[in-house]
Write a protein of this length. Structure first.
Length: 590
């Protein structure tokens, strides 16, 4: 073993140890490992920042933006509510999410499938009062499993097909992977449904402060128009998208105030007083196509306004104190709309226009991003918390899904590589206003991207120093004395162990020729061994950095580095145990 190889193994071992120790944030650890690698000479200075231009960084960053755009549209959530309205248990919700992700991953890029379904997972988490961490890691693993089912499902399958064509003259076909991949997907998803509790319940850093100031009893009023989806339907249909978080406190029909009985049929021009948290109110207003109070917000000059909604508190010196909403006429005097009001310890039963404001009242104001700060300063209004309020903001409905579908189609037919397609999709979210420009960088998890960019040149030291070749030759010498199932299992385990440090396609390129050599030396056919390499390279369940799907959920799930092997290690053992007989049955070695 050379000095360079010893240094490469030592740096990576120390880095993994500090990751598991979990005393320092992951991006800081990765950056320290990068600096140390440069200092000891295993990463050349001119290659130190090569990771920032790597495709994986672009894919993960773009996928986070695309996922945010899909989440804002609410289209996937509405589809789930329409076709699966009674999913109320964690097991049923998790099963739906994982099956959907796995099936999508068989035909489109697995990170894209995961990006589509992540917003639904967050919605289920809010509905069930469960941490999103209970959903996201199992979904990521399901995406990896689903990719095993077809030739285009994951990069290792494509690469191993090419290797087989080069070495045997015949490539694997589209569905050669399906028998074994389908069995592994079914077994893996079943395991994840019943053992998801192995994932600790985590909370994304910083969310506890938002929860501490979260207002749950906003009162808002919405108008039923001729275009409303709930016209001539009972109130029970109107409040259903609120998942029990919103109640109708009254219905105003002309000068008559009516009790909101569940079977009361809504008519045009009815005004419904609603009470609940902003997110649930937004779902009801969007699904019912109701009209909130106020007037359209316009920008200054020829600029089209970027409309946002924020939470503010009325201060003791505010000129709003002691005046009614009708007297203030904020929409006409200040260019902002008052969408909802919350008063601590009190249920508001009056129309918003007739309500006299008091110090401490919390308001949801809608206005242009350029105008709201001025209004807040003039009226002595204090921002409650820096969090996204979608109530009253315009959504672009199906545009995010169309953008994502186009990106997937271009990669499927080979028009554009995945990084370019995802970057273009993220840009499309901005150009078509599926996500506000100011929210783009909030959607991108900076620490995750820094960690990835720093780790890429560090992990590549195994290849450049010859460490990966050293491991491969050692495995080759050891496996020659094993029976077919033993050699097959060793190749599978080795591929699983190597892929966190190489990307999965590189793992196939390194391990594929070794697998064929095993088979040839032992007098076996190579197909099962090549399949074992593809499965091992596609099943990285042990770290958040071995596959971009795992990285994508790392920040949003609030996970620690050590959380992945808690669920991933038993799943990896299960995959190995099931794979060997399945491979030998479908691809006999004799």
């Amino acid at each position: 073993m050379t000095t360079q190889q010893i240094l490469a193994f030592s740096v990576i071992a120390m880095m993994m140890g500090v990751f598991i120790w979990d005393r320092f944030r992951y991006d800081v650890v990765a950056c320290c490992a990068l600096v140390l690698s440069v200092a000891v000479g295993i990463v050349p200075p001119d290659k130190a920042f090569s990771g920032f231009s790597d495709d994986i960084v672009i894919i993960v960053g773009s996928a986070l933006i695309v996922s945010a755009g899909v989440a804002r549209s609410g289209v996937v959530d509405m589809a789930i509510k329409r076709f699966f309205p009674n999913l109320n248990t964690l097991h049923s919700q998790l099963a739906l999410l994982m099956i959907a992700v796995a099936l999508l991953s068989a035909f489109i890029k697995n990170i894209g499938a995961l990006a589509i379904m992540m917003p639904v997972a967050f919605q289920f988490a809010r509905k069930s009062s469960v941490s999103p961490s209970q959903y996201l890691m199992p979904m990521s693993f399901a995406a990896l499993l689903g990719g095993l089912m077809t030739q285009i499902g994951t990069s290792p399958n494509i690469v191993v097909s090419r290797l087989r064509a080069e070495m045997t003259g015949s490539s694997f076909t589209m569905f050669d992977f399906t028998p074994v991949g389908g069995v592994l997907t079914i077994v893996g998803i079943t395991f994840l449904i019943f053992f998801h509790w192995l994932v600790p319940s985590r909370t994304k850093q910083g969310s506890s402060i938002e929860e501490a100031v979260e207002i749950k009893n906003y009162t808002s009023e919405a108008l039923v128009t001729a275009e409303s989806a709930v016209l001539e339907k009972p109130i029970s249909v109107l409040v259903k998208p609120g998942d029990g978080e919103v109640i109708a406190t009254a219905v105003l029909r002309g000068a008559t105030r009516m009790s909101p009985f569940p079977d009361l049929t809504l008519r045009e021009n009815d005004i419904v007083l609603l009470e609940g948290p902003p997110a649930a109110l937004d779902r009801i207003v969007s699904a019912g196509k109701l009209q909130l109070s106020g007037k359209p917000i316009i920008g200054s000059g020829q600029m089209k306004a970027e409309v946002i909604s924020i939470e503010v508190v009325i201060g003791q010196e505010s000129p709003l104190k002691g005046r009614s909403v009708k007297q203030l006429a904020l929409a006409y005097t200040r260019g902002v709309n008052l969408l909802a009001i919350s008063r601590h310890g009190e249920r508001l039963k009056e129309r918003l226009a007739n309500l006299t404001l008091a110090a401490g009242d919390v308001l949801v104001l809608q206005g242009s991003r350029e105008n709201l700060p001025v209004v807040m300063q003039d009226l002595t209004l204090l921002p409650l918390a820096q969090r996204e309020i979608l109530l009253g903001t315009r959504r672009r409905a199906f545009i995010p899904l169309v953008i994502l579908a186009l990106a997937m189609a271009t990669t499927a037919v080979g028009i554009a590589p995945v990084p370019v397609a995802f970057f273009a999709a993220a840009l499309g979210m901005v150009v078509f206003r599926a996500i506000p420009l100011a929210d783009i960088y909030k959607s991108v998890d900076g620490p995750i991207l820094i960690m990835l960019a720093a780790l890429i040149p560090v992990s590549d030291t195994l290849r450049t120093s010859g460490g990966s070749d050293l491991i491969a030759h050692g495995l080759g010498d050891f496996a020659k004395g094993l029976p077919a199932w033993g050699a097959l299992g060793l190749i599978l385990v080795a591929a699983m162990a190597v892929t966190p440090f190489l990307n999965n396609a590189a793992t196939v390129l390194v391990m594929g020729p070794i697998a064929v050599g095993f088979a040839t030396d032992l007098g076996f056919r190579p197909e099962a061994f090549l399949m074992a390499v593809a499965i091992g390279a596609g099943c990285d369940f042990l770290t958040p950095v071995g596959h971009q799907c795992n990285t994508l959920v790392f920040g949003p799930g609030g996970y620690k580095f050590s959380d992945y092997p808690r669920l991933g290690l038993p799943l990896s053992f299960l995959i190995v145990i099931v794979s060997m007989p399945a491979l030998l049955y479908v691809w006999p070695v004799n």
